[in-house]
Design a protein. Structure first.
Length: 290
């Protein structure tokens, strides 16, 4: 998910530091809870953090194996199976946290918060926290594979893949409705609500819904495994899009299939894409030499 927005958002975070300090009160409570380390004298209401959970460490080891070179299919399936069984507690979260049970609605446009668990040039592990009604706008993941696990909450996901990934310009000239701007034809891959616990979703460089958007119906936490991470220097910069209904004659499809396609227009970085970063204070990952 979106994790690939992180490099750009870190810059925004520093530029808007004063603004981010008054984001939402739930963010402060999230961080306060995250600092709790359970001992024998700790109260049962505290979040239990350990040096590393077995499942989280298993995930980390699997990521190191998967992203060290060309990924065998069995390694992809193995990583999915690990993520499928992950629980919020594996990363130090609980459904009882105030963030997931707000007593009042967030005023104004809710901002997304993220924390980076691990980052290297091969892959990164991140958790995104979306308050109710928060959105991560439609964006892409160029040359990347992303595993997303909804740990808590209910979320609407809309995702597309390019009809012709190799041709960035041909589709925009195929219909009169595209004449005033650069539009590319994309096939709708998902447009539905996901509720935790649910299986892991995987997007690939040219399939699986590489261009997607999230909208939180309830407060959500999403764990993303991204490989390789966004890197503008390596040609993996993040682009944003606005989708338009498909009503042209570019493809020989039936009227029933019209809803399965859309025109995507690249847009400037949306204001709602700005995020706030918080320090990861959950279970530690043990990075042993390979």
């Amino acid at each position: 998910m979106e994790a690939g927005l992180i490099n750009r958002k870190r810059e925004n975070h520093h530029n808007h530091m004063n603004k981010s300090m008054v984001m939402i009160t739930t963010k402060k409570k999230l961080r306060k809870k995250a600092k709790v380390v359970v001992s024998s004298s700790s109260s049962s209401s505290s979040i239990k953090y350990y040096s590393s959970t077995c499942t989280l460490q298993e995930l980390f080891v699997s990521c190191k194996s998967l992203f060290k070179g060309p990924a065998p299919t069995k390694d992809v399936h193995n990583l999915c199976s690990i993520l499928d069984k992950m629980r919020p507690e594996d990363v130090g979260l609980s459904k009882d946290l105030h963030f997931f049970n707000p007593s009042t609605a967030v005023k104004g446009t809710p901002r997304v918060t993220f924390t980076t668990m691990y980052h290297c040039d091969k892959f990164s592990l991140c958790i995104f926290f979306l308050p109710r009604n928060a959105t991560i706008p439609l964006h892409n993941h160029p040359g990347m594979t992303v595993f997303s696990k909804l740990l808590l909450g209910k979320m609407h996901i809309k995702a597309y893949d390019w009809v012709d990934p190799a041709d960035k310009d041909k589709d925009s000239d195929s219909d009169s409705s595209a004449s005033s701007s650069k539009l590319r034809l994309a096939k709708l891959k998902a447009d539905r609500v996901f509720t935790s616990p649910c299986n892991t979703s995987v997007l690939y460089p040219t399939s699986g819904g590489n261009i997607h958007a999230f909208t939180a119906i309830t407060p959500c936490a999403v764990l993303d495994v991204i490989g390789p991470p966004y890197s503008k220097d390596d040609g993996r910069d993040c682009s944003y899009y606005k989708d338009h209904p498909y009503n042209g004659v570019t493809l020989p499809i039936s009227e029933e299939e019209d809803g399965s396609y859309g025109w995507l227009e690249e847009v400037d970085v949306p204001e709602e894409s700005e995020m706030d970063a918080i320090e990861y204070l959950g279970p530690k990952l043990i990075d042993r030499p390979s």
